[in-house]
Structures are given as structure tokens and as C-alpha cells.
Design a protein around this ligand. Structure first.
Ligand code: AMP
Ligand code: MN
Ligand code: MN
Ligand code: MN
Length: 271
């Protein structure tokens, strides 16, 4: 069965509308899909047709602070009307707007004219750094969005403003309150040493986290093997997802995940 539990729509920083994403998933043979937009569940209110043979798992990807840095936690199989979750996502969305103002101010200082007007237009009501990257691309300041992160928006760059998301503990509480499963997203993406990653996993477990994304996009087999051992070590359920955002050398990456090791309990056994 083809399963993809991590994907984005234009309700956050993806390029497809929620309905278009579902249609692409169907075309790619995905039988279980979760749309996990950054800090919002609005996609779920815009879907009018789910194919009969597709199991849609309601989800979200929450940005949170851990140890003075940002990590992402997936909430899978959540009740998208749960009030505590919605209240905290609402705060997060306001915080995104405040952060965008700060980023815009810095870019203006660097000689970029009025970024906020166009970025707000691109972002709708859920603004993020990728929308700034898109604007920098549009005005020809960079040739790719990756370059925009490298020069302006990524770790340690001027537009990487100091910022506090909700605490990791709060994010897990939100997910659990909404009846969902908290899964640490793309653990290898934080580029932590093994010692630090072990510390994160230990705390994540103590806070009530139940799973980790063992398969994320097209990672190397060395990473997959390491995450498989860590899932076993900490007794985490394993999840898999493409983290699909947009067209990139074709649309085939939605739903494309190498299989989880049989030595791990799949998170979808809990749904
Ligand atoms: P934000 O939540 O606004 O801080 O934006 C984070 C998003 O930016 C991630 O979910 C990625 O989709 C995207 N992103 C982060 N780093 C890069 C990068 N180096 N190149 C391209 N996109 C990136
Ligand atoms: Mn993203
Ligand atoms: Mn992420
Ligand atoms: Mn993601």
C-alpha cells in the first residue's frame, strides 16, 4: 500500500490547492495520505471530494522551539476542530505575521523594496520564509529559492530572525488533546550530532511523543538505517512521508517513500 503522511498545500508553503493535491495523490496511487501544512489545518475545509479508495488522515506540522532552535512535529489523525489546538495554531499564525514584519524590515535595510506587499499576496493567511524566497526570486535577487535561503533566509543569515515558536511540550499537548499522534518530523534535517538527537528523542518521548519519521523524502540509506535503530531504541512508532511541497523534476515525489523496516511498528497501525 502506498502511504504518504507528510505533504503541503497552498494553505502553507506548498504550490497545489488541497483538492489538486488529493487528485495528484490519487494519480500517483497513494492510498493513505495526510496533508500536514505548517501550523494550519485550513486545507481540510477546502476539500470537497476524497476518492473512495483513499484514506485521508487529518494532520498538521507544528513548528516549535526546542533548545533555542526550531523543530517540526507532525500531529497525525487529529480532530481538526479541537479548541486548544486551534487556539494555539491561531497564536502561531499571528506570530508568523509578526516575524514576517521583522524579516521585511531587514530585507528593506538590505536594499529590497517593499517586500511585504507581494509576500502577503503570495502567502494568503499563513506567511512563511518560502514566500519571501519566492519574492526574491521574482524580483531577480536570486536565481533559485535555495539561493534565497543560502543568502538571506536560512540559518544564520540576516532574515533568520530570532524567533520563539510554541514550546515542544505545548505542541505535543495540543496534538494529544486533539486525539492525535505526535511524530517528530524529519529528525535528520536538524543536522544534530547523535548525542543531541538522542537528547531530543528522549525528551520528545517524555513529553508524550509517540513516533518519529523514519522515512522522509529521498534521504540516504545511512540516515534511514540510523533512524530505524533510534526508533527501535526508544520504542517509537515509525512514520513515512514525502514532505511534498511542489513540482520538482515532476510530480512523482508525492507518495514516493521507501518501505519502513519490518522491525518497526508503523504509526498507521494506530489509526
Ligand atoms: P518557515 O516555517 O516559514 O520558517 O519556513 C520553513 C520552510 O522553508 C520549510 O518547511 C521548507 O519548506 C522551506 N525551507 C527551509 N530551508 C530551505 C532551504 N534551504 N531551501 C528551500 N526551502 C527551504
Ligand atoms: Mn515547508
Ligand atoms: Mn518540516
Ligand atoms: Mn513539511
Amino acid at each position: 500500500m502506498s502511504i504518504d503522511l507528510h505533504s503541503h498545500t497552498d494553505q502553507s508553503d506548498g504550490s497545489l490547492s488541497p483538492q489538486m493535491l488529493i487528485e495528484l495523490a490519487e494519480k500517483n496511487g497513494v492510498q493513505m495520505l495526510s496533508i500536514t501544512d505548517h501550523d494550519t489545518v485550513s486545507a481540510y475545509h477546502l476539500i470537497n471530494n476524497v476518492p473512495k479508495n483513499m484514506h485521508l488522515i487529518k494532520g498538521v506540522e507544528i513548528s516549535c522551539s526546542w533548545n533555542n532552535a526550531t523543530i517540526h512535529i507532525l500531529g497525525l489523525n487529529i480532530n481538526i476542530t479541537e479548541e486548544y489546538l486551534l487556539k494555539n495554531l491561531e497564536i502561531q499564525s499571528k506570530q508568523r505575521l509578526i516575524r514576517a514584519g521583522k524579516i521585511a524590515k531587514i530585507l528593506v535595510k538590505l536594499g529590497i523594496t517593499d517586500p511585504l506587499t507581494r509576500v502577503m499576496e503570495l502567502a494568503g493567511n499563513n506567511i512563511g520564509r518560502p514566500h519571501f524566497a519566492q519574492y526574491l526570486l521574482e524580483i531577480g535577487k536570486v536565481r533559485t529559492r535555495e539561493e534565497a535561503f543560502k543568502k538571506y533566509l536560512g540559518n544564520g543569515k540576516p532574515g533568520d530572525v530570532k524567533f520563539e515558536w510554541m514550546e515542544t511540550k505545548t505542541a505535543i499537548e495540543c496534538i494529544k488533546n486533539a486525539g492525535g499522534i505526535a511524530v517528530l518530523a524529519h529528525p535528520a534535517a536538524y543536522k544534530y550530532t547523535n548525542t543531541k538527537l538522542n537528547r531530543l528523542l528522549k525528551e520528545f518521548k517524555e513529553f508524550g511523543g509517540q513516533g518519529i519519521e523514519v522515512i522522509s523524502g529521498s534521504q540516504t540509506s545511512a540516515i534511514t538505517n540510523n533512524l530505524t535503530s533510534l526508533a527501535i531504541k526508544y520504542d517509537f512508532f515509525g512514520s513515512q512521508g514525502s514532505d511534498f511541497h511542489e513540482y520538482k523534476n515532476g510530480y512523482s515525489s508525492l507518495g514516493k517513500c521507501v518501505p519502513l523496516s519490518p522491525s518497526i511498528q508503523p504509526v498507521w497501525n494506530l489509526f
